[in-house]
Design a protein around this ligand. Sequence first.
Ligand code: SF4
Length: 273
Amino acid sequence: MEVILSECLGFCYGVKRAIKIAEEHADGKSCTLGPIIHNPQMVERLKAEGVGTVEDLKAMEEGTIIIRSHGVGPQVYEEAKARGLNLVDATCPHVKKAQLSAKELAKDGRTVVIIGEKNHPEVKSIFEWSNNRAIIVETDEDAQNLPPCPKLGIVSQTTVSGENFVKMVTHLLGKSSDIRILRTICTATDQRQKAALELAGKVDVMIVIGGRNSANTTRLAQLCQSKCKTYHIETAQELKPVWLEKADKVGITAGASTPDWIIGEVYKKCQRI
Ligand code: SF4
């Protein structure tokens, strides 16, 4: 059986940067606001190194609060300052761009639409930068139901697929005669998705590695599933030999928040089967 790694997989620039920043502040007094990335194994490793996690700023009396790559709304910066905390911003620059785009569109008096998942922390942060005015469009129905408006501004969650973005924008085109579209999709996501789709078209089984709470990993698994039998796992322990019994070729990809060491373990286990 041949085991093939996707040409583009695992940690993206924004995640590598956030983890590096967190590790530089591993002094036992630093915490990330929410898990640094959507990967429980990485969160555990950081905890062991001296970077904890809090879900609310109120849980911190002192020390350093690290903003993760998904970013937060402007009020968190103000609250951290008011509480006397040292704020270290590891928001991915691509997410920052989406946040500032939403802010700019709202300031320009536009109805702001964010194409993305309603409950995703990154989308919530972009929403808050729009002065809490944006409308989040997740489904075809959401887009079709948007009322007409004089001025419309569109941004997207960074992990939205190019195809989905175009589809949603197409639904929205008739909603206003003055539309500004800012395609705030991150190329890391596009690259991982294209490489995964290409590989999934050449193999019998795809293994997609990453947190079950990771939106971009879940999306990778959905895309691969459209080409071949696909399994989404978090760790090598979850990989079942029976899945690969009849396969001649197995492909592996991983979300942007999946550490290299986990990809390596899965790769080795596949090779042993
Ligand atoms: S996927 Fe893109 S936007 Fe998200 S953290 Fe990585 S580089 Fe940044």
